[in-house]
Ligand binder design. Sequence first.
Ligand code: ADP
Ligand code: ZN
Length: 730
Amino acid sequence: MSGQEFFQAGERVGVLTTQPLDRLLDYRAPEGGCYLGAYVEVPLGPRKVLGVVWGPGAGDFDSAKLRAVIRVLDVAPMRSEMRQFLGKAADYTLTPLPAMLRLATRAPGLSDPPSMRKILRRGEDVPDRMTEARTRVLEVLEDYGGLAFTPRELADMADVTPSVVKGLVKQGALREEEAPRDTPYPHLDPELPSKQLTDDQAVAASVLAEAVQSGRYGTTLLKGVTGSGKTEVYLEAVAAALRAGRQALVLLPEIALTAEFLTRVEARFGAKPAEWHSGATMTERRRVWKMVGQGAAQLVIGARSALFLPFRDLGLIIVDEEHDTSYKQEDGVLYNARDMAVLRAAMCSAQVVLASATPSLETWANAEAGKYKRLNLTSRFGASVLPEMRAVDMRSEDLLPSTWISPTLKQAMKLRMERGEQSLLFLNRRGFAPVTICRACGAQVACDHCDARMVEHRFMKRLMCHQCGETKPVPDACPSCEVEGKMAPVGPGIERLAEEATGLFPEARIAVLSSDLFGSARALKQRIEEIAAGEADIILGTQLVAKGHNFPLLTLVGVIDADLGLQGSDLRAAERTFQLMRQVAGRAGRAERPGEALMQTFQPEHPVIRAILSGDEESFWKAEAAERQAAGVPPYGRMAGIILSGPDLAAVFDLGNAMARNDGPLRQIGAQLFGPAPAPIARVRGRHRVRLLVKAPKGVPLQDAIARWIAPLRLKGDLRLSVDIDPQSF
Ligand code: ADP
Ligand code: ZN
C-alpha cells in the first residue's frame, strides 16, 4: 500500500464494505476528497452501504463507469493500527474481512444524518384506547425510568411495529424531542486518592504502572485468589494509562457484574466510565463509539466486542476473569477475546493484564514459557480468609429419592440461618429438571429442531430447548406412547432445588439466580444488589453466580454436584471443573466472616476433586500440562475445527468425506485430520452439524494450510462451512 494519506476529489480509492464480497471496490473520491481510513457511504447496485477507504483503487475497473463515494461520515477516520488489527484478526480466525468490519462498525445510526434522530419520552396524555402492544411500549419506558429511545429502538424493545409507536406519538402518550448531541463522558481523575495498598498489592501495581508508562506492548498475568485485590491493583494500571493521556479498556465476562464495578471506578476516579455491551441502548452505543474515537471516553468497561471499538489511543487492556469461557464468541465470527486483546495491544503498543484466580492453561503456559510476565497476589485482603473446603461424600449420606441437599449440607445451612448469614447453593443446570421422561414407555421429550432434550421450566410452565430456545407446553400425554399422566421430571435443575430448599427452610427468603429468570440485564443487576444488601437467606445459582459478585454476608457455598463437569469426554473438563469449583468457593467469606465450601461428590478420591479441595494449583496445572503435552493438544499443539452444516445429513457428510480425501495442504504441514463426525452440538435449528478436527504441531502455518484446503470448495445449496480456530472443546 502506498503511503498516501489523503485522496483528492475524483481520485480512485479502494473501499472495504460490510457486504460479503471478497475484494475492495473502486470508487471516485468525493467532492472535497477523503482521508485513508475514512468511513464512507457508497453506492452498491441500488443500495447505499457503509464502508471504509482501505487504500488506493486497484485500477482494473473501467474509469468511465466508476461511481463516486456518496459522502464521508462525520467521524474520525479508522486508524492504520485498527486496519492492521482487523486484517490480522481476519487472517487468524480465517474470517472474511467484511465480517470483521461489521464487528468494528456496530454503532447504530452511524450513517444516519443527525437531523434524522428523534428520541421519545413518556408524554402527558393518555391514549384513547389501550391495546396490548401499546401497553408494552409504555411498560418499556417505565422499566427504563427516565431514559429516552429512538422510535426504532422503542419498537424493537417492545417487539411492536413502528406504527404502534407512531400512533402513541400522535395521541400525545409519547413526546418527541431532538436527540441530544453525543456528549463526552465526565473526566476521570487518576490523582484522586486510591486505597492504601498492601505491600503485595503495591508491588504489583507499580510493576503494571511502569509497564504502561513504557508505552510498549506487553502482557502480564495477574494471578490472585478471589478477594486478593486484583481489581484494586489493575485500577492503578488504569490510573497510569490515564496519566499518560491514553485510553483504557476493561473487559468483563458478565455484564451483570458491571454495576458493582462501575461504583468502584467512580470511587477511584470520581466519575463513571463508558459502558459497552449488548444491553446498552442504541443511543448509548452510538455515543460510546463516537466518544471512544475522539478520545473523549478515557475508560470503557465492556463485553468482548468492545475490542472492536475505534480507540484513538488505547494504552491498556484488562481482561478480568481471563479464563472465562464466555470470552469465546461462538456465533458468527469465532474469536477468543483474550487472544484478540493480545493481538490488538501488540498493534497499538498497549499493555494487557490478564487477571484471574484460576488462569486458563493457555495463559499459565505462556507465563511459564516467559512470554507473559506474572504477578502473584497470594493472600486475601484484610481479615477475610479463603473458605475452608470439604468434600461431602454422597455415598454415605442419607437422601430421600428426588432430593439433592445432603443432611450435612442442610445442617450447615441451618447454622447460617441461625446466624443471619447467607448460604449459596450452586448447580449448573437451568430449569426444573434436565430430563422429562415418560414413566410408561421411557421416552424423553426432545427438541424438534435440535439434537437436545427439552428442559422443563416451572416458572415458565413450559419445556425449553437450551440449544435454540424453542419452547412448548409440558405434554399431558406422552408424545410417543400417548399414555396420559405419566410424564415425570428426572434429575435436578436449579428451580427444583429451590423447591427442595423451600421445603427444608419454609421461613427462608430464597433467591434464584439463573439467566432465564430475568427479562433484562437491569432486572438481574438489581436482584444482585438486593442480595448483596442482605435481602435473601439462601441463594441458588447457576454458572451466573460463579463470577465476581461480592456478597458480604455469604459464608457458606454448597456445590450440589461437583462431579457434573467431569462426566464429559472433553479434554478440558478437568480444567473447567477446577476453575469453576474454585471460583464458586471463592464467593464465600469475602468480608470479615470466614467462609466454608462443601462439595457434594460421589468420587472424593478423583484427582481433580482432590486438587480442588487442597487448592494445590501448581501441581494441578503441571499434571494437566503434562497430559496435554502428551496428547499434542493446546496449548502444546494447535487445533482447528471445521463445522459443516446443512438440512440434509447425508449431503453434509458427503462434503466432509470429500474434504477428508483431499487433505493435501494439511499433510504438507504435518497436521492430522479427524472426522468427519457429528459436531459436539449435532443438530441446531433443524440443521445437521458435522465436524472435522485438525490437529497440528506448534509453529506451523495452520491458517494458511486450512485456507488452501478450503479455497477450492464450492458449497452447494444450503451447505455452510465455518472455521473455528482454537475450539473450546476437543
Ligand atoms: P479480586 O479482584 O482479587 O477479587 P478485589 O479487588 O475485588 O479482589 O478486592 C476484594 C475486596 O477487598 C474488595 O471489597 C476491595 O475493595 C477490598 N480491598 C482489596 N484491597 C484493598 C485495600 N488495599 N484497601 C482497602 N480495601 C481493599
Ligand atoms: Zn432446539
